[in-house]
Design a binder for this molecule. Structure first.
Ligand SMILES: [Zn+2]
Length: 145
C-alpha cells in the first residue's frame, strides 16, 4: 500500500559494542523499507528460554502484542542472534553456536505459534572479525536444529 508501511520487525541485542542495528539495516532491510527494531540487551534469547527467563519472556511477548496493535500491517518478525553475553543469565556454562542457532529457530517457532498471520525468519549474525562491526548473516531454518 504505502512505501512507509511497516511489514517487518527485527529483534536483536542492543549491546553497543556490537553494531547489530547497523548490520541489520545494511544487510537485511530492503532499500527504502521501514522496519521496527525491537532491541534490548539479549535480544530474542528469552523467547526460547521461557522457564529460565519468565519475566523477560513476558516482556518480549508484550512488546510484540503492542507492535501488532499499533502496526497491524506487520507480517514478519525476525529474531536475530549473535554470540551474546546475555547467555550468562541462561547457563553457567558457555553456550556454543549450535545452541544459539537452535534457540533462534525455537524463537521463530514461538513467534509463529503465538501470533496468527506472522511469519518469522531467524538469523544468526556471525561476527566476522570478532570486533562487533562486520557480520555475516546466516538465515536459519528448522533444518538447522
Ligand atoms: Zn548481545
Amino acid at each position: 500500500m504505502h512505501a512507509h508501511e511497516v511489514k517487518r520487525a527485527f529483534i536483536f541485542c542492543s549491546d553497543p559494542r556490537v553494531k547489530l542495528r547497523k548490520a541489520v539495516e545494511q544487510q537485511l532491510v530492503l532499500p527504502g523499507e521501514r522496519v521496527i527494531a525491537l532491541s534490548w540487551l539479549g535480544g530474542p534469547i528469552a523467547l526460547s528460554n521461557r522457564e529460565i527467563l519468565p519475566s523477560d519472556f513476558a516482556f518480549i511477548m508484550n512488546q510484540i502484542s503492542f507492535l501488532r496493535r499499533k502496526f497491524p500491517t506487520t507480517t514478519e518478525i525476525n529474531p536475530v542472534g549473535h554470540k551474546c553475553g546475555y547467555y550468562e543469565n541462561v547457563s553457567a556454562e558457555s553456550v556454543n553456536i549450535e545452541r544459539m542457532e537452535e534457540d533462534l529457530v525455537k524463537a521463530a517457532f514461538m513467534i509463529m505459534a503465538t501470533f496468527d498471520g506472522i511469519r518469522s525468519v531467524p538469523y544468526y549474525a556471525h561476527d566476522i572479525d570478532g570486533n562487533g562491526h562486520d557480520f555475516d548473516f546466516k538465515e536459519l531454518t528448522a533444518a538447522n536444529i
